[in-house]
Design a protein around this ligand. Structure first.
Ligand code: ADP
Ligand code: AMP
Length: 218
């Protein structure tokens, strides 16, 4: 099964992708995480991406399409994947369609997570993740079970993203409404889209996503 999670920054795509991957044995593909890895590695792509990400803009289609194309071709993606943060523009969606067709992969469902803007800011400002296994948390909404210890791998080291600040959030929201939200109509017209209320608890949103997948892919 191949899925896309669509929604503004902080909507819960990463959180739900992590849970879906565990429940269904799928691979979570986050272009944001992949780009952050290139920044950390200090590659040429990383240097270019870093400045754009710090400003809350979108990295060029060429770069993200190349990254995702290479990743989807790896053998572990054969059993299915969840795209978290890709596509983010219409040209990226067109490129994805081409690469899925070439690899004889099917797109089973596109799930849009709907969350109020005010809530997005609260979610983004409390976000942190495990430095070792990348499990995602929130200061208030999803704290670790034992304070300071990752639930998943036991690590005691956590990181906060450089772009998770009030100024950048506004730019990222603008980029979402301008460049990414047209994808909702694009996938609706293809009969692949279901919208899910992302305002409930993480568990409730997860259950609603399962129902939406059943409707589209079942
Ligand atoms: P995205 O990947 O869409 O940017 P995340 O999955 O990283 O968003 O979620 C943003 C923050 O909000 C994280 O800290 C996460 O723990 C928290 N979060 C995710 N879903 C919910 C929810 N349904 N209710 C409350 N907090 C949530
Ligand atoms: P995310 O982790 O999904 O919140 O993404 C963090 C940042 O990475 C975004 O604000 C963009 O600058 C960049 N990014 C991630 N995915 C894409 C994409 N598909 N297209 C363009 N830029 C992206």
């Amino acid at each position: 099964m191949n899925l896309i999670l669509l929604g503004p920054p902080g909507a819960g795509k990463g959180t739900q992708a992590e849970a879906l991957a565990a429940r269904h044995g799928l691979i979570q593909l986050s272009t944001g995480a992949m780009l952050r890895a290139t920044v950390k590695a200090g590659t040429e792509i990383g240097l270019k991406a870093d400045a754009v990400m710090k400003g809350g803009g979108l990295v060029s289609d060429d770069i993200v399409v190349r990254i995702i194309k290479e990743r989807i071709a790896e053998p572990d993606c054969e059993n299915g994947f969840i795209l978290d943060g890709f596509p983010r523009t219409l040209p990226q969606a067109a490129a994805l369609e081409k690469m899925l067709k070439a690899a004889k992969h099917r797109l089973d469902a596109v799930i849009e997570l709907k969350v109020d803007d005010k809530v997005l800011v609260a979610r983004i400002s409390g976000r942190f993740s495990c430095s070792k296994c990348s499990a995602g948390y929130h200061d208030t909404f999803k704290p670790t079970k034992v304070r300071g210890v990752c639930d998943t791998c036991g690590s005691k080291e956590f990181t906060r993203r450089a772009d998770d600040n009030a100024e950048t959030v506004q730019a990222r929201l603008m980029a979402y409404y301008k460049e990414t939200s047209p994808l909702i109509g694009y996938y609706f017209a293809k009969g692949r889209l279901e919208s899910v209320d992302g305002m409930g608890s993480i568990e409730k949103v997860g259950a609603d996503i399962e129902l939406a997948i059943e409707m589209l892919a079942g």
